[in-house]
Design a protein around this ligand. Structure first.
Ligand code: NAD
Ligand code: MG
Length: 353
């Protein structure tokens, strides 16, 4: 039996993870946690609503931590697993983006596995498996482009949270859905890919594939590429991470190839500046990826609360990044301070309530 600690059990990823665990005889939940919502319907020996996730993990003694918390709040659980060499199935990309080199150092010390749950990174992980770095030319992250793909800036001035929350291909929690609409999600994924796979930013491309069938590609030095295809369904990468390296069967339908047409297009980085802002934060390094994430969290929350127009999300983040100190974090204390400070800078950029 593999003992799974599921953090963020009531969310979009969390609920799909419960389905996967219940359908697999070799997996069991040893703990479940949420931020505020009730866990009454979740069957697990240890349950916790709110509070310190690392205390729960200490008691649960899991074989694998599935971190499906949303936002920077997942940082302590990510570092807990990496530091102890316990397998980390990571949906909570924000924690890896924010912790960056600190997370990688913790993984080095712990010696455990970091198994991506994000569909693109699961795809890249699978395409890269067993290949040495010299063979790899670049990573190609795919994105759907979100609900506003093809629109001009003029057409985005008045968009509402409801419109931003209507994602064309994926059903997800509100924060990541807004991130998909601004392309901040692809920006976070660019940073995530850099830390997961160690390639420099110029070797990580982003291309749009509106139906989300091609989950990402790896280009090799012989001019060929390997792609990962599947229906847009997070149960596949969740199952892959939880059963790695077994690749267990899932109830998902096979791809209907004859119904597919695969189109690709370049992202419009002028209309959607968040992708370029993330790339710049990554290139400049230090705690700027942490600041990018923190400022984005503040701006997205304000947009969802109707305190900030859609296009101002990127303005708030750009302004916070321009003023963030960005010096590298030497320990968790530095990182928490970088996060706090970027939140405060972003808060100054919000309209007065
Ligand atoms: P969601 O909003 O649906 O769920 C978030 C979960 O986190 C909830 O269970 C909530 O109670 C819990 N939570 C929030 N703050 C917490 C805290 N302080 N302590 C403990 N639990 C807390 O979000 P989601 O869409 O499931 O996304 C979760 C993570 O997975 C995000 O990082 C997201 O970027 C990533 N992700 C999601 C998808 C998807 O399809 N939903 C795909 C790829 C990556
Ligand atoms: Mg993704």
């Amino acid at each position: 039996m593999k003992r799974v600690a599921l953090l963020g059990a009531t969310g979009s990823i969390g609920r799909q993870a419960i389905e996967i665990v219940e359908a697999h005889p070799g997996l069991e939940l040893c703990a479940a946690a949420s931020g505020a919502s009730s866990l009454d319907h979740v069957r697990a020996p240890l349950k916790q609503v709110g509070g310190d996730l690392t205390e729960l993990l200490d008691r649960a003694e899991p074989d694998v931590v599935l971190n499906a918390v949303v936002g920077f709040a997942g940082i302590h659980a990510t570092l807990w697993a990496l530091e102890r060499g316990i397998d980390l199935a990571l949906a909570n990309k924000e924690s890896l983006v924010a912790a960056g080199e600190l997370a990688l150092a913790a993984q080095q010390r712990g010696g455990g596995r970091l198994l991506p749950v994000d569909s693109e990174h699961s795809a890249l992980f699978q395409c890269l498996e067993g290949r040495c770095p010299e063979q790899v030319e670049s990573l190609v992250l795919t994105g759907s482009g979100g609900p506003f793909r093809g629109r001009t800036r003029d057409e985005l001035g008045q968009v509402t949270p409801e419109e931003a929350l209507a994602h064309p291909t994926w059903r997800m929690g509100p924060k990541i859905t807004v991130d998909s609409a601004t392309l901040a999600n692809k920006g976070l994924e660019l940073l995530e890919a850099h830390f997961l796979f160690g390639l420099p930013y110029p070797q990580i491309e982003v291309v749009l594939q509106p139906t989300s069938i091609v989950h990402s590609l790896v280009r090799f030095r012989d001019g060929t590429a390997l792609a990962h295809l599947g229906n847009p369904d997070m149960r596949a990468p969740i199952s892959y991470a939880l059963t790695y390296p077994e690749r267990a069967a899932t109830p998902l339908p096979a791809l209907d190839l004859t119904s597919l047409t695969l189109q690709f297009e370049a992202p419009d980085t002028e209309t959607f500046p968040m992708l370029a802002l993330a790339r710049e934060a990554g290139e400049r390094g230090g705690t700027l990826p942490c600041a990018f994430n923190a400022a984005n969290e503040v701006a997205v929350a304000a947009f969802l609360a109707r305190r900030l127009p859609f296009l101002a999300i990127a303005e708030v983040v750009e302004d916070a990044l321009a003023r963030a100190d960005g010096s590298p974090a030497h320990d968790l204390g530095d990182l928490l301070e970088a996060d706090r400070s970027a939140r405060s800078l972003a808060g100054e950029g919000l309209p007065v309530a």
